[in-house]
Write a protein that binds this ligand. Structure first.
Ligand SMILES: [Zn+2]
Length: 314
């Protein structure tokens, strides 16, 4: 396996040579180049992501976080537009399962809408591809990350070891390698970064995109959206270690999970817009609600969870 980390380091070094001795602006330009290169790789891999989505300095930036194989995780923030106060902070995440290609492409499409129409109604943090290693494996894209871990089972849950690893993975899936939750909660750089990012950004709602169940799933305090485009609300039930279970049920942050109909086929343009409009309308009318999310730092959260588990065992 080629050492991607070294390749990225080389790209970084190459770009840095033009910026030696300077600070601030040039550092930012190195980061922008890196983000552009990473974006172009995605555009090369996915037909619905265009090179123009990777225009230099278009706001898509590196986060400082790298995947297991050293690929940068990218994000794009659509900030508040003072004096307008954003009605909510919204985190939008695609490509948690990298073989669900439409879940990455559609986020790029929605970023195009935001590029044009972002009004400051919400403060957005968009992560189009949480699992870049899964997308770039030789042969075909993978659900899991480069360590073979299903990131959507790697988030903390009460008694993670007993429930996610033993109860769910071993007993229920019969050690299905596509659903391996990892050796411990947040063992993976991608999921750990997202969990920390949730604490930093403090979203009022998280929107996670998946495929191919063709429904809207929802975890958290208020009632979920009845339908987004042609996708109807259908509660799939939560799995220990999933983002919905972690953020929605334990941290009180509403999590809207959009399950597109197909992994490899994009919805029609009209449907892509319809889902977006319905989502924005639902967030506007329903978020934030009275039940406050639990933000107190990841460490404190993990400690509390350990205490609860100890109490349960004693
Ligand atoms: Zn998925």
């Amino acid at each position: 396996m080629p050492n991607i980390k070294k390749i990225w380091a080389a790209v970084m070094a190459m770009l840095l040579t033009g910026a030696v001795g300077a600070a601030g602006k040039e550092d930012a330009s190195v980061e922008s180049h890196l983000a552009q290169q990473a974006c172009l790789q995605i555009a090369k891999r996915l037909a619905s992501v265009y090179t123009r989505d990777c225009r230099y300095n278009n706001g898509l930036v590196t986060t400082g976080q790298f995947s297991v194989e050293g690929r940068p995780i990218l994000e794009k923030v659509y900030p508040p537009r003072p004096p307008k106060k954003p009605r909510a902070r919204v985190m939008l995440v695609g490509g948690i399962h990298a073989d669900e290609l439409s879940s990455i492409s559609i986020v790029f499409k929605w970023m195009r809408i935001l590029d044009k129409y972002h009004s400051g109604l919400f403060h957005w943090k968009v992560v189009p591809l949480l699992n870049p290693d899964g997308l770039f494996q030789a042969g075909r894209a993978l659900r899991v990350n480069a360590n073979g871990v299903d990131l959507n089972r790697n988030f903390p849950a009460p008694d993670w070891q007993a429930n996610a690893l033993e109860g769910y993975w071993i007993k229920r899936t019969g050690r299905n390698p596509r659903r391996y939750p990892g050796p411990s909660a947040l063992s993976e750089p991608e999921s750990l970064w997202l969990a920390k990012e949730i604490e930093r950004f403090r979203p009022d709602v998280i929107v996670a995109v998946h495929a191919p169940y063709g429904v809207v799933d929802f975890d958290g305090p208020p009632k979920g959206p009845g339908k987004l485009g042609k996708l109807h609300l259908n509660l799939l039930g939560t799995y220990p270690g999933s983002l919905g279970n972690y953020a929605g049920l334990q941290k009180n942050i509403p999590v809207v999970t959009i399950e597109l109909r197909h992994s490899g086929i994009m919805p029609r343009s009209k449907e892509i817009r319809r889902i977006w409009i319905d989502l924005v309308r639902w967030v506007k009318n329903n978020i934030p609600k009275d039940t406050p999310p639990v933000y107190k730092g990841l460490q404190a959260f993990m400690q509390d969870m350990e205490k609860t588990e100890l109490r349960r065992k004693n």
